[in-house]
Write a protein that binds this ligand. Structure first.
Ligand SMILES: *Cc1c(COP(=O)(O)O)cnc(C)c1O
Length: 472
């Protein structure tokens, strides 16, 4: 193609191709193996392709997408994709992504996208409102939970070290600051602690109770011991929905400790915070409004496409204090109510992520989204009951969110890991792994709205079949 412009006929043809490809993909999704039989030669050919001097018709790129890319992709939207915490994107997501790229806003400053600015503020206000937080709680959309935790913990660190000036970094801090997490915390918090110069050796791991929730008595004791040892306790990170089992840390009791001790409470709600959509989970999550900062992932239980995470920081001024920088080469105009989001996080150029979250909420409506989360909770219970009914299988804990961890009772870790591999290889289902109290588990996590009870029956049949095959 001689120019970067597509002609009108090609644009129309491409729009049709997009629609047709999407229909074909979605209608064949459940017939495909969840994880593909990877054509390594075809992928090696892509990975070693020489830099092309001349272009090819864009239609041939779509043909190649269908021929090579799709069959060698993990089908995250498949009804029996049950690994990690990775949701099927809602039906409007692919269109939101396309329309986002069309106007390609730069959401660094409000002038980089005035309408996008209004949409992002609306989405952030709605998300804050779900937890009873003020609609103007400072926050922003980022790539996901890991980045949201980093953003919130940056504000937490800067606000928590006495006399700390961000300009001096950690170089001026004489008393090491400590952070408190449970054994079941997500690794993104350790990553953030390392990036923030806190260091993971100063992240205290608090033991969990029988239901995998942070033990508040142990938290209080560890804080007291660190103070006695001359350290500076700074931040507690609680999990409203741990990544492996979906356990809810006792947020209210942890918030009491933080209040008494003068510590920053961050809640990593990447998985579970949006469980607030279900009336059943609301009681576990009402105390989240007491957290100084809260993260959640619209690309998980709000069914946005990847990537969409959200950080909210309730402590007045803390987010702005951590990230605001004036620069001579960025617009100076202000407009009341409009926000320069570059001052709330590490990115300058920012995609118009809010469009897809806004469209998911408005296209489907909250009633459908709430019902979907309830249905996923039901499916987790349905699978857990089927597992509990089989004496050869062992359930780690009754599900509290949408995750179900189980293992073959009499088998060692290696044999259980072999079962996981065999199930993935069967193409019927894709589970993830989990390690709980040092033991290997298989982990199902219901985040696909396409999954039905019938799929769970198929999954149970596959588990029993592979168990029997391996059990001799
Ligand atoms: C998924 C998850 C994260 C990380 O979020 P990403 O969006 O994958 O970066 C952090 N914490 C918890 C509890 C999670 O489930």
């Amino acid at each position: 193609m001689g120019s970067l412009v597509l002609n009108v006929a090609t644009i129309r043809e491409m729009a049709t191709l997009l629609g047709n490809t999407l229909v074909a993909y979605q209608s064949t999704l459940s017939d495909r193996p969840v994880f593909p039989d990877v054509d390594v030669a075809a992928l090696d050919a892509i990975a070693s392709e020489t830099l092309p001097e001349d272009g090819v018709p864009i239609q041939s790129l779509v043909e190649e997408f269908n021929r090579v890319i799709v069959p060698n992709s993990l089908h995250i939207a498949h009804p029996r994709f049950l690994a990690y915490v990775t949701a099927s994107p809602s039906g409007v997501a692919p269109f939101a992504e396309a329309f986002t790229a069309m106007i390609d806003q730069n959401c660094a400053i409000w002038q980089g996208g005035p309408a996008a600015n209004a949409v992002e503020r609306r989405v952030l206000g709605w998300l804050a409102g779900l937890f009873g937080l003020a609609e103007d709680t400072p926050g922003l959309l980022v790539s996901g939970g890991s980045m949201a935790n980093l953003v919130a913990l940056t504000a937490a660190r800067d606000a928590s070290i006495p006399g700390h000036k961000r300009e001096n970094g950690m170089q001026s801090v004489s008393t090491p600051m400590t952070v408190y997490v449970s054994e079941e915390i997500h690794t993104s918090v350790y990553k953030a602690a390392n990036m923030l110069g806190i260091g993971q050796n100063f992240v205290r791991t608090i033991p969990v109770d029988d239901l995998y929730r942070m033990r508040v008595d142990a938290l209080t004791q560890t804080i007291a011991k660190d103070r006695a040892d001359g350290l500076q306790p700074g931040i507690v990170v609680a999990s409203p929905g741990t990544v492996q089992t979906g356990a809810f840390d006792p947020i209210d009791a942890i918030a009491d400790v933080c209040e008494n001790e003068g510590l920053w409470l961050h809640a990593d709600g990447a998985y579970g915070a949006l469980g607030i959509l279900s009336d059943r989970l609301r009681p576990e999550l009402t105390a989240l409004k007491r957290a100084d900062s809260l993260t959640m992932d619209p690309h998980k239980l709000l069914f946005s496409s990847n990537e969409a995470g959200c950080a909210l920081v309730r402590r007045p001024g803390a987010l702005h204090d951590a990230f605001a920088h004036a620069s001579s080469y960025i617009g100076q105009e202000t407009l009341p109510g409009f926000i320069d989001f570059k001052d709330f996080g590490p990115q300058l150029t920012r995609q118009f992520r809010a469009l897809k979250v806004w469209w998911v909420i408005r296209a489907h409506g909250m009633a459908v989204l709430r019902k979907t989360v309830d249905r996923l909770l039901d499916l987790a219970v349905y699978l857990a009951e089927a597992i509990a009914a089989r004496p050869e299988l062992e359930l780690a804990v009754k599900p509290t969110l949408t995750a179900v961890c189980f293992r073959v009772r009499e088998w060692d870790d290696a044999k259980n890991a072999a079962l996981l591999s065999a199930l993935i290889k069967s193409g019927v289902v894709y589970f993830g792994p989990a390690v709980l109290r040092g033991k290997f588990y298989l982990r199902a996590c219901f985040t696909s709205y396409r999954t039905t009870a019938n799929d769970v029956d198929m999954v149970m049949d596959a588990i029993v079949r592979e168990y029997e095959r391996l059990n001799h």
